[in-house]
Write a protein that binds this ligand. Structure first.
Ligand code: NOJ
Length: 436
């Protein structure tokens, strides 16, 4: 039997979901500040002006992660805290804040990881078209260079862009996430520019030696509703959209427009050399997975030709997110990504379970037990899995779902801002101390 290397365990958080302090110390507005002004866009009418106040409570949160025994603290940088206008003047107080976070992690013995972009574009850049404007490739490169120059002396692991499909699909196709844009033209131009930006960001970071630079890909297992050719074709289309579009162009496989023909329209936005420029030999790939979807052929749905069978209409209990909780997807995607390149280091850079406030946290323990089992199975199979980052530490602002879903292993009281480790957090603490 292959000897399993010990995996690393950590946690992931994101600036827009936790920091709060939205107008403090020179921070500029982000598209999520603007989007949440329309409170009807958010299920509980909330916003992230305060969120979990990580800006002021970061030491407490990092201490909690250390106390639980986690080894990695992955956080994202708010672009508009560093560059209030998106480009131009650097905000020294923004640099200072993240220096403090990084230094504190190092001081207490947890490894800081940076996500350069986790969906909170500066509003000033959105005013210029945001991801639909090809200039963003340069804006992003300049931003990443600033992060590199200030933080890469102490941070080795970098994730360039978090979940392109959710960012662009939600924000520029369906309009359910900031900036609330819709339509095919917005979607395909933004997709191409985001991928180009990520590829360029990679070369910018790699100008400094010794860094480990990767991406984080949203992965949702897609299954056909019926065993018919039409449903299988529909499932392949949605799979191309959800699971291949934001990784295959980087792997040199081009856009998956064979299975999803409308992607051919992206070529309208190509410039000479783009497909080559997209190729990126990431040092690692982060897989992020939560759920599974079942789809059925539907000729009347433009571009996609498929509809989703909602989880409440299937034989599963939907979580408070409305989706099926599906830890098994972790195994499926780790095996699938290993087929692209069996040597490439893989991380489960996010996984987790949403519960409602009144649901039993034991469910989360059961979920993570399944994840642990899967990590053992895939490691025995020789898959190059390096570790797992939990989503998430403290319950926080879940985008359009507001504060309703609870993903944390630490409870959070919005009135008092107090944190309290949940049963699942204590369970993790015990587990991590046992595998040491
Ligand atoms: C993935 C995203 O990266 C994160 O921001 C979000 O909160 C979780 N999924 C849960 O939906």
């Amino acid at each position: 039997m292959t000897k399993i290397k010990r995996l690393k365990w950590g946690v992931t958080i994101a600036a827009a979901q936790t920091e709060g302090a939205y107008d403090i110390d020179g921070r500029g507005a982000s598209i999520w500040d603007t989007f949440t002004e329309k409170s009807y866009k958010i299920k509980d009418g909330s916003n992230a002006k305060i969120a979990t106040d990580f800006y002021h409570k970061f030491k407490e949160d990092i201490d909690l992660a250390v106390d639980i025994g986690l080894q990695i603290f992955r956080f994202s940088i708010s672009w508009s805290r560093i560059l209030p206008e998106g480009i131009g003047e650097i905000n020294p107080q923004g640099i200072k804040f993240y220096n403090q976070v990084i230094d504190y992690c190092i001081q207490v013995g947890i490894e800081p990881w940076i996500t350069a972009y986790h969906w909170d574009l500066p509003q000033k850049l959105q005013d210029k078209g945001g991801w639909t404007n090809r200039e963003i490739v340069n804006w992003y490169a300049v931003y990443v260079a600033i992060l590199r120059d200030h933080f890469a002396d102490r941070v080795t692991h970098w994730i360039l862009i978090n979940e392109g499909i959710v960012c662009i699909g939600g924000g520029y196709f369906l309009g359910v996430h900031a900036p609330g844009k819709r339509g095919i033209r917005n979607f395909i131009s933004s997709t191409h520019h985001l991928l180009l930006a990520q590829a360029k960001g990679f070369t910018v970071l790699k100008e400094k030696s010794g860094l480990q630079v990767g991406t984080a890909v949203s992965c949702t297992k897609i299954e056909p509703y019926g065993n018919t050719i039409r449903d299988r074709v529909a499932a392949n289309k949605i799979d191309a959209l959800m699971n291949r579009l934001f990784i295959e162009p980087h792997l040199g496989l081009g856009y998956p427009d064979g299975d999803l023909p409308f992607l051919k329209r992206i070529s309208k936005y190509y410039k000479e050399g783009d497909l080559e420029a997209l190729k990126t030999d990431f040092d690692f790939i982060g897989i992020q997975t939560y759920t599974r979807e079942v789809v059925k052929a539907a000729w009347y749905i433009p571009y996609l030709g498929a509809i989703q069978i909602k989880s409440q209409n299937r034989n599963v209990t939907p979580s408070v997110m409305g989706w099926e909780t599906y830890p098994e997807g972790a195994q499926y995607f780790l095996e699938r990504f290993a087929k692209y390149d069996s040597n490439k280091p893989l991380w489960l850079s996010e996984c987790g379970m949403a519960l409602a406030a009144d649901e039993d946290d034991q469910e989360r323990i059961n979920y993570y037990q399944k994840i642990i089992k899967i990590t053992e199975t895939v490691s025995h199979k020789g898959i190059n899995l390096k570790g797992v980052l939990l989503w998430t530490l403290v319950d926080n602002f879940e985008w359009a779902e507001g504060y309703i879903p609870k993903f944390g292993i630490v409870r959070f009281d919005r009135k008092t801002l107090q944190r309290q480790i949940k049963k699942s957090g204590l369970w993790f603490k015990k587990y991590l101390s046992e595998i040491k």
